[in-house]
Design a protein around this ligand. Structure first.
Ligand SMILES: Cc1cc2nc3c(=O)[nH]c(=O)nc-3n(C[C@H](O)[C@H](O)[C@H](O)COP(=O)(O)O)c2cc1C
Length: 357
């Protein structure tokens, strides 16, 4: 019997990875004071080092980029040292680990921001809902629109964080362009109402994402930079009037950058306003993107093998299954039953539900 394609090696940029079962980035809120990774994070990631690749959780590129309590950063010496222990430990087990670079933009609160400043965003468009702050849950605030002259400073935050990720021993980085955070807020027209070079037509709305990607690719080589997008992005109160055109333009531009991979998130539920534009995200953009394509959201072993065998993706990222099955690759290989995840411990901060699966 032939080996299922998910369990076959793949040449990912400069790395030959042993299988195509990728661990998706997962925020677990196990960082300590000053957003420094705790030592149990080394245990957690090392337990999962048989993944073809680990994409470590979203990590703030700057104090301004933070949106959630107890999430790690990659902007201080202390954080770099702590991450180095994680990457060393994963490397001892022959794993590969990339870091996801994150700026939440409007999805923060002044109580989480340096000096109690308002969160920054492309435009003063407030997200619905509440946010967990050191003083409890608060309504979201109307963010402050970044001035045109502040934008080079944002690109620089990513550049410096990319250098820090290298110092911390990561094998590469993934730019978090998905799920309604800063770069996605610039891209989608529901949150970008600017009239400068970063707003209006899609060429302008995609500009920040592309400038950031180019800046990060100057630090790492482009074959060590991935990018994650969510073209079905309604998460975190996002909206675009024509995602097929918006994301189609961006993805065409990404072709020229020869990145390590493009990582796409499928909608988990049918999204009404998207139906007329996009039925299934990955097969649609497969026709546009020329490089390595990773897909995610809701896959199991069979559907993961199928999407690769159908020629619609090269790699499949698994999120929740990796939370509850550190040895997911082995379970896929042997057909052993998969353990269910416990949602109640996703973000609780302790070792329970984190390193005891
Ligand atoms: C607990 C949890 C934390 C997450 N954190 C992140 C994150 O830090 N960055 C990100 O891009 N996506 C994050 N996601 C989304 C996952 O990467 C993934 O897209 C989602 O779980 C769907 O994939 P799955 O069906 O395989 O779980 C998170 C999801 C969960 C459940």
């Amino acid at each position: 019997m032939s080996v299922p394609v998910l369990l076959t090696p793949y040449q990912l940029g400069p790395y030959n990875i042993p299988n195509r079962v990728i661990m998706a980035p997962l925020t677990r809120r196990r960082a300590g004071k000053r957003n420094v990774p705790k030592s149990m994070m080394a245990t957690y990631y090392t337990q999962r080092s048989s993944a073809g690749l680990i994409i470590a959780e979203a990590s703030q590129i700057s104090p301004q980029g933070i949106g959630y309590i107890d999430t790690p950063g990659i902007h201080s010496g202390e954080q770099i040292q702590a991450w180095k222990k994680v990457t060393d430990s994963v490397h001892e087990e022959c794993g590969k680990i990339f870091l996801q670079l994150w700026h939440v933009g409007r999805y923060s609160h002044s109580l989480l921001q340096p000096d109690g400043q308002l969160p920054v965003a492309p435009s003063p468009v407030r997200a619905k809902g509440t946010v967990n702050t050191p003083e409890g849950y608060k309504d979201r605030e109307t963010p402050r629109a970044l001035k045109s002259e502040e934008i080079p400073g944002i690109v620089d935050q990513y550049r410096v964080a990319a250098i820090n990720a290298m110092l911390a021993g990561f094998d590469a980085v993934e730019i978090h362009g998905a799920n309604g955070y800063l770069l996605d807020q610039f891209l989608q027209d529901g949150t970008n109402h600017r009239d400068d070079a970063y707003g209006g037509p899609v060429e302008n709305r995609a500009r920040l994402m592309l400038e950031v990607t180019q800046a990060v690719a100057k630090v790492w080589s482009s074959d060590k930079v991935g990018i994650r997008l969510s073209p079905s992005g309604i998460m975190h109160d996002m909206y675009d009037s024509n995602p097929a055109i918006t994301f189609g333009y961006l993805i065409e531009q990404l072709n020229a950058l020869n990145l390590c991979y493009l990582h796409l998130i499928e909608p988990l539920e049918p999204v009404d306003h998207l139906k007329q534009y996009l039925k299934q995200v990955t097969p649609h953009f497969r026709k546009i993107y020329k490089g390595t394509l990773m897909c995610n959201a809701g896959f199991d072993f069979d559907t993961g093998n199928k999407i690769i065998n159908d020629g619609n993706a090269d790699l499949v990222a698994y999120g929740k299954l990796f939370i509850s099955n550190p040895d997911l690759v082995e379970r896929f290989r042997t057909g052993a039953p998969l353990r269910p995840w416990d949602k109640s411990t996703f973000y609780t901060g302790g070792e329970r539900g984190y390193i005891d699966y």
